[in-house]
Design a protein around this ligand. Structure first.
Ligand code: ACM
Ligand code: ZN
Length: 560
């Protein structure tokens, strides 16, 4: 092994219990981490990686590229008002090699492991990572990044990196570990979405839920309906200040011209995500949160308009008309293009916050209710969702929707995203539906992260208070028994962007709270909060500072 040595101290390997903090910290906490008292030296200039299977070559290559530093070390006050801190930690240059015996890091597939599982050994023989598939190997490499960053930050320049002998066996608790990014209220560029994917990857999050359509902007190109991104992407102005603050008025500035993703952009994002083992689920909102579509094609609404792309936040009474067949023609055309682009098993169809007032006085909607024997407008909403579900099922896809989809009578095959607290998810699991838990009181990351946001200097936000500790305290199985637990497929955090005008602010809201999300979603043996915070401080803060991710400083300054 080139420049690689282990100094063995005569001691048996120690399995570290949850309560103990090892010399090497990893977030999320691995299933098993055994550290021995040997000191392993790794080269500080160049690290060679051997891929023991063709599918692992791109994984090793993408990991090597991901470690290339893109910002100069130092503290930089950004034009957006946020601060970027970049450590002076230098990692070795990572190169792929065909020489297995001389490689510093060796990657293998081991079909006896689960899909996302990995086993890593760090010893005098170098680093070996075995994964059930390339996904497992990729997550193992994320752990190795943390180990290397910790080793490099405590090593003297020019000297080998020092770490401990390690055995890690690790696999995720939940198969779905997600983050939703709202690109409608404010738009984030393809490069920013890719950066978001980088942020997901270091947290071993495997799903990006991409919120692409809403009242304030339609952000996905649909070739058959070009007005969606000509008219529907642009609002004539935007509410200033908090949406409850009527005195603050509007900014008078159009927002959103050209702010949408072309098919080419989407393919680029999907390719980037796939190379990082991340699935992208698109969300096309229906029947509510549809004003941008109605402004583009007024025949989609009950009244025929005119409509304008919404300039403030909250909920609109104007929604898709469910009475007219032309609405279904439109939605199916849109979903055809969406399914062409996105290979995900799930398509998110929204379903939240949909007032029924327009349907109540729409002759077409009332006719539909009569013909279909629907007793109320919630059942009318259920009619639309069931029809769309059938359409997507015929294309081999599954639907996922916000917990309001339970109200119109949900089919057993729909997956429910529980956002109004965990209660919708608990009810859905009890009635046999699969669930992704994304409760606002734990995982709405547009909520403030300190108790006194003004005193701590948090930027204007929607409200609420979700501390890192609160995120970490989430129990996905609360009130569920052995028969219903199996329906909890995963956990997700949502970053709504009404108040997040720039990507720096998105990062500030998500980090370090993504660390808590990651651990709740990944680790079956979550530790106590203080131990977790120690690991975040020892491992994730240096990761954020290595990559130049912008993070909120509050918990590191002792502010709750
Ligand atoms: C939501 O926050 N309206 C899903
Ligand atoms: Zn109608």
């Amino acid at each position: 092994m080139k420049l690689l040595k282990t100094i063995l101290v005569p001691a048996a390997a120690m399995a570290l219990s949850c309560a103990q903090l090892s010399a090497v910290s990893i977030v999320p906490q691995p299933s098993v981490i055994k550290e021995n008292r040997s000191i392993v030296l790794l080269p500080s200039d160049r690290l060679s990686v051997y891929a023991g299977d063709a599918v692992l070559k791109p994984v090793g290559k993408v990991w090597a590229e991901s470690l290339e530093k893109i910002y100069e070390p130092g503290r930089e006050k950004l034009a957006t008002g946020f601060e970027r801190i970049v450590s002076d930690t230098v990692l070795p240059e990572v190169k792929l090699t065909g020489n297995e015996s001389k490689a510093d890091v060796r990657l293998y597939l081991d079909p006896s492991l689960a899909v996302e599982e990995y086993v890593m050994e760090v010893s005098q023989d170098g680093v070996s990572i075995k994964g059930g598939t390339e996904k497992g190997v990729w997550w193992g490499l994320q752990s190795l990044s943390q180990i290397l960053i910790q080793a490099a930050s405590s090593s003297k320049p020019g000297e080998p990196l020092r770490t401990s002998g390690l055995y890690i066996q690790d696999k995720p608790h939940f198969a779905y570990r997600g983050a939703m990014l709202d690109c409608c209220r404010h738009f984030f560029t393809v490069d920013e979405v890719k950066r978001y994917i980088d942020i997901l990857a270091v947290h071993k999050l495997n799903t990006l839920h991409w919120h692409l359509t809403d009242d304030q902007g339609w952000r996905i190109e649909i070739e058959k309906y070009p007005l969606l991104t000509q008219t529907g992407a642009v609002r004539k102005e935007t509410k200033v200040g908090h949406y409850n603050d009527a005195s603050a008025g509007y900014d008078g500035t159009p927002y959103g011209e050209g702010c949408y993703y072309t098919h080419k952009d989407i393919k680029e994002v999907l390719e980037y995500a796939s190379a990082r083992q991340i699935t992208v689920i698109p969300e096309i909102e229906m029947p509510g949160h549809a004003v941008a579509a109605l402004a583009s094609y007024p025949w989609l609404g009950c009244t025929g308009g005119p409509y304008e792309v919404r300039t403030t936040w909250g909920i609109s009474d104007d929604v898709f008309c469910i009475g007219k067949e032309s609405t279904f023609g439109f939605l199916e055309d849109v979903l055809d293009e969406v399914c062409e682009l996105f290979p995900s098993e799930y398509i998110h169809i929204g379903g939240d916050e949909c007032p029924a007032i327009r349907w109540e006085s729409c002759p077409d909607c009332q006719k539909r209710m009569k013909e279909e024997g629907l007793e109320n407008e919630r059942q009318l909403q259920g009619y639309l969702l069931h029809r769309i579900e059938k359409y997507l099922n015929a294309k081999g896809r599954k639907i996922i929707g916000w917990d309001e989809i339970l109200e119109g009578g949900v089919t057993p095959t729909a997956t429910v995203m529980s956002w109004r607290g965990p209660k919708g998810g608990i009810n859905a699991a009890k009635q046999g539906n699969d669930v992704v838990m994304t409760p606002n009181n734990y995982f709405y990351l547009d909520y403030y992260q300190t108790a006194d946001p003004q005193a701590s200097g948090e930027p204007l936000g929607i409200g609420g208070y979700v501390s890192l500790e609160k995120c970490y305290s989430f129990d996905p199985y609360d009130q569920l028994d052995e028969n219903t637990k199996k329906h909890i497929k995963g956990i997700q955090a949502n970053t709504w962007a009404e108040y997040l005008k720039v990507f720096d602010h998105v990062q500030h809201m998500d980090l370090p709270r993504f660390s808590a999300l990651a651990e709740v979603a990944w680790s079956e043996n979550k530790t106590d909060y203080d131990q977790f915070l120690s690991r975040v401080t020892a491992s994730m803060k240096p990761v954020y500072e290595y990559f130049g991710f912008i993070y909120a400083p509050y918990v590191f300054e002792g502010i709750k």
